[in-house]
Design a protein around this ligand. Structure first.
Ligand code: TUI
Length: 310
C-alpha cells in the first residue's frame, strides 16, 4: 500500500532508503537493505576512493537489486568520489552536508538518479532547479550532521515547495513514523538509526548496545559553534565538547577533539570517548533484527496504523 513514485523511479519494492552513515554503511548493510526491497546505500564519507570502489563491487556481487552511494560533501575527496560513481555505473547517489550542484550535470549525463539530502526549503528548491530527481528532507531529529528544523515542520514545507518526490528523514524508526511521513506528503522515508542494530550492520557491538539501551533524551547536539552541529549519544566525549562550548574555546579545539572520534566508536567500540552518532528515535529501538525483518515490520505496521483511521 505504501508504494510510491519512488519505487517506480528506482525499481524498489518498499519506499525506504537506508541512510548513508559514515564509516558504517558498507557493502554488508547496503546489500542486505537492497535484497530486502529497500535502497541500500554505501557511505563514501572520508574513505579512500579505492576502498569505496571495492565496496561498490562487493555490493554488486551480493545483490542484483539497485543500490546507491552517499557522498558527504564536506569530505576532502568528494570530487574523486563524485567521479567514481560515474565510472562504476552506480544507479543512485545521495548527498549530505552540502550543496552537490556542481556535480549534478555530470551525474545526470551518466544516467544516475540524484537524491540530495536537504535541511531547508531553499536548498530543496535549488536542487530541483539544478536537476535533482528527488530530495530527502532531513529534520534535526536525525543522527550525525543536522539542520535546524524538525521533520514535522520541514517535510510539508518542502513538499509544497517542489514538484519532485520528497523523502522524509529524521526520527523515523517504525511503522508509525513511516505512516506519519506519508501523511506529511512524503513519497518515501530514509532511515538510519534503526539499521544500526541490524544483523547485517558491521558497526561494533558496543555501538549497537549503546543504541539499544538509549532512552528518549540520550542524544544531544554538539559542535554548534563550528557550524557543523552533530547529533550523538551522550558520553564522556560529549561532556568534553560541552566544556569547550561553556568556555568559548577556539574552533581548533573542537577539531582536535572530534578528529578520529567516529571510527573510534564504530571500529574500536570506544563508546565513551568515540562519537556515537544516532538519532532521537534511538530510544524506541530495542531489538536486533535482520534488515528484511526491519523493513517488513515497518511497512506492515504503517499499513495497520493507517487503516485504523479509515
Ligand atoms: O550529512 C548528513 N549527516 C551526516 S554527515 C556525517 S559525517 C560528519 N562527520 C563529522 C562532522 C560532520 C559530519 C554524519 N552525519 N545528513 C544530511 C544533511 N545534510 N544534514 C544537513 C545537511 C546539509 C546542511 C547544509 C545539507 C546541505 C547544506 O547546505 C549548505 C549549503 O552549502 O548550502
Amino acid at each position: 500500500m505504501f508504494k510510491s513514485v519512488l519505487c517506480d523511479m528506482i525499481g524498489i519494492k518498499y519506499p525506504i532508503i537506508q541512510g548513508g552513515m559514515a564509516w558504517i554503511a558498507d557493502s554488508s548493510l547496503a546489500s542486505a537493505v537492497s535484497n530486502a526491497g529497500g535502497l541500500g546505500v554505501i557511505a563514501g564519507a572520508n574513505a579512500p576512493v579505492e576502498y569505496v570502489r571495492e565496496e561498490i563491487r562487493k555490493t554488486k556481487e551480493l545483490t542484483d537489486k539497485p543500490f546507491g552511494v552517499n557522498i558527504m560533501l564536506m569530505s576532502s575527496n568528494a570530487d574523486e568520489l563524485a567521479k567514481l560513481v560515474c565510472e562504476e555505473g552506480v544507479k543512485v547517489v545521495t548527498t549530505g552536508a552540502g550543496n552537490p550542484g556542481k556535480y549534478i550535470d555530470m551525474w545526470k549525463a551518466h544516467g544516475i538518479i540524484v537524491i540530495p539530502v536537504v535541511p531547508s526549503v531553499a536548498l530543496a528548491k535549488r536542487m530541483e532547479r539544478t536537476g535533482a530527481d528527488a530530495v530527502v528532507a532531513e529534520g534535526g531529529e536525525s543522527g550525525g550532521h543536522v539542520g535546524e528544523l524538525t521533520t514535522m515542520a520541514l517535510v510539508p514545507q518542502v513538499v509544497d515547495a517542489v514538484n519532485i518526490p520528497v523523502i522524509a528523514a529524521g526520527g523515523i524508526g517504525d511503522g508509525r513514523g513511516v505512516a506519519a511521513a506519508f501523511m506529511l506528503g512524503a513519497e518515501g522515508v530514509q532511515v538510519g538509526t534503526r539499521f544500526l542494530v541490524a544483523d547485517e550492520c558491521t558497526v561494533h557491538e558496543n555501538y549497537k548496545q549503546k543504541v539499544l539501551s538509549a532512552g528518549d533524551i540520550d542524544t544531544v547536539v554538539t559542535g554548534r559553534p563550528t557550524g557543523h552541529p552533530v547529533r550523538v549519544l551522550r558520553n564522556k566525549l560529549v561532556r568534553q565538547f560541552q566544556l569547550l562550548e561553556k568556555n568559548g574555546a577556539p574552533l581548533e579545539e573542537y577539531d582536535n577533539l572530534g578528529r578520529g572520534a567516529l571510527p573510534k566508536a564504530v571500529k574500536e567500540g570506544d563508546v565513551d570517548y568515540g562519537s556515537v552518532m544516532a538519532g532521537q528515535i534511538a530510544g524506541l529501538i530495542n531489538k536486533k533484527q535482520s534488515c528484511k525483518e526491519i523493513i517488513e515490520e515497518m511497512f506492515t505496521e504503517a499499513e495497520a496504523v493507517y487503516k485504523k483511521f479509515l
